[in-house]
Design a protein around this ligand. Structure first.
Ligand SMILES: [Zn+2]
Length: 289
């Protein structure tokens, strides 16, 4: 999260998510293979080091998850010392789903919650979707320098061609997970993507609610919104976890993580990104003959 200078606690609002299950009646069978809790926690434990080391660690974890040299790339980012780290999972169509999280940290604390919690899930999400053939091409991106003003995501979005923008059905952003149960920034997420998330949560009997954080800060998904790419941000901030003042302080350590909640968020996201292959589709355009 990029924090705002002034924090208004009142702005954290909780909303009940509407469930629109009828839309997804054809997608009851979500095919995905989640990794074990041990794997998720081992990857979380590799938060050590500065941004340079974390970039290298993320790349290594992608490789271990099976993303080979042909499919991993580093995108040099103007204005950042580190690149964006990208792992590509080709699908059978030209449609695209982007899953992203920033790997950089601020100086204070260990940057585990914000945002190794999100970045270290990328290889595990890649692993859980790769075992089945997919229609969408999945692009997993570790963004650089979110904390410096969404530098990596801004660069990524600006270099996208019109065609690439039009081909992207969803951008799923993870920032600040594991402080508690899964939350969605509903006011800055697109409704069909929220509906799909609520559907998956119901299917798996996992918790998710809406907590809006626009007075707390911003995050990488906002860059995608600028080009009208449907986006959703998952986090774990609530009144309680915000009041604990963990983000950007010395309290952002592994001990702040609620590991049960964190693994539940992973399970939810693993099913969710798999479901999106069925649920996320291009806007209906009248056919011409
Ligand atoms: Zn932050």
């Amino acid at each position: 999260m990029t924090k705002l200078a002034i924090h208004s606690i009142r702005a954290i609002s909780v909303i009940v998510l509407a469930l629109s299950s009828s839309i997804y009646s054809t997608a009851n069978d979500i095919r995905y293979a989640p990794v074990s809790r041990d794997v998720v926690e081992a990857r979380l434990g590799k938060y050590i080091g500065n941004n340079k080391q974390r970039e290298a660690t993320l790349k290594q974890m992608f490789a271990e998850a099976g993303c080979d040299d042909q499919h991993i790339s580093e995108q040099t980012v103007k204005g950042s010392k580190q690149p964006n780290v990208i792992c590509l999972l080709p699908g059978s169509s030209d449609r695209v789903i982007i899953v992203g999280a920033h790997f950089d940290r601020v100086f204070e604390g260990d940057g585990v919650v914000d945002n190794w919690s999100g970045a270290s899930l990328l290889p595990s999400l890649y692993e859980s979707v790769k075992l089945q053939p997919r229609k969408h091409t999945y692009i997993f991106i570790g963004f650089t320098d979110e904390e410096q003003g969404e530098v990596g995501s801004r660069f990524y979005v600006r270099q996208m061609t019109k065609e690439q923008v039009a081909a992207t059905d969803a951008m799923v952003n993870m920032d600040t997970l594991g402080l508690g149960p899964s939350e969605v920034w509903a006011s800055h997420s697109d409704k069909p993507l929220i509906g799909a998330l609520a559907y998956v949560a119901k299917q798996l009997n996992l918790p998710v609610s809406a907590v809006n954080v626009e007075q707390v800060g911003s995050t990488d998904a906002e860059q995608f919104s600028e080009r009208r790419i449907p986006r959703i941000t998952i986090h774990s901030l609530s009144q309680e976890t915000w009041n604990a003042r963990i983000l950007h302080t010395s309290k952002d350590k592994l001990s702040a993580m609620r590991l049960n909640d964190y693994y539940e968020t992973y399970r939810l996201l693993a099913a969710y990104v798999a479901l999106l292959d069925e649920a996320a589709s291009p806007p209906a355009v009248p056919t011409t003959h």
